[in-house]
Design a protein around this ligand. Structure first.
Ligand code: HEC
Length: 128
C-alpha cells in the first residue's frame, strides 16, 4: 500500500515534469518564431533605412550648426577635416561630447556614430 502510493506519486511527478518540459519547449519554439518574424520584418525596414541613409544629411542636421562647411570650416566648433584624433577617438568624442559639444550616444545609433566618424576621417585635410 505504502509502496503503491510512492509509485503513484513518482508517476505523477514524472508526468508533470514531462508535460512541463514539453510546455517549455513549445514556449521556446513560439518565442523563436516570434523573434524570427520580428527580426525578419525589422531587417527589411532596417536595410532600407540603411540604404537610404545619408551621412552628409545626418551631419548637416546634427553637427553643422557648430561644425560648418560639412566639417571643413571652423565655426563654434573646430574644423574636423584633418583631425589629429584617431577613428576610435572620434567615435568616443561624438558619443560622449566635450563641453560645449553635447554627447550623441543617446540620440544616435552606434552605426550612425561610426558612419559619422568614417565620414570625418575621410574628409580631405583642407580648410574652406
Ligand atoms: C554645440 C556645438 C557642437 C555641436 C552640435 C557638435 N559639436 Fe563637435 N565640437 C564642438 C566643440 C566646441 C568642439 C571642441 C571641443 C574641445 O576640444 O574643447 C568639438 C569637437 C569635435 C570633435 C573633435 C575634433 C578634434 O579634432 O579635436 C569631433 C570629432 C566632433 N566635434 C564631431 C562632431 C559631430 C560628428 C557632431 C554631430 C553629431 C558634433 N561634433 C556636434 C561643438 C559642437
Amino acid at each position: 500500500m505504502h509502496q503503491n502510493h510512492t509509485l503513484t506519486i513518482l508517476k505523477l511527478v514524472t508526468a508533470i515534469s514531462i508535460s512541463l518540459s514539453m510546455l517549455l519547449s513549445l514556449a521556446a519554439r513560439a518565442e523563436e518564431d516570434v523573434t524570427e518574424t520580428v527580426a525578419a520584418s525589422v531587417n527589411v525596414n532596417y536595410q532600407e533605412f540603411k540604404e537610404n541613409f545619408s551621412v552628409k544629411r545626418l551631419f548637416a542636421s546634427r553637427c553643422s550648426w557648430c561644425h560648418q562647411g560639412y566639417g571643413l570650416k571652423e565655426a563654434d566648433g573646430p574644423r574636423l577635416s584633418g583631425t589629429a584624433l584617431t577613428r576610435d577617438e572620434v567615435i568616443h568624442r561624438i558619443s560622449r561630447g566635450k563641453s560645449p559639444m553635447p554627447g550623441f550616444r543617446k540620440q544616435l545609433k552606434p552605426w550612425q556614430i561610426e558612419a559619422l566618424a568614417d565620414y570625418i576621417k575621410a574628409l580631405p585635410d583642407v580648410e574652406l
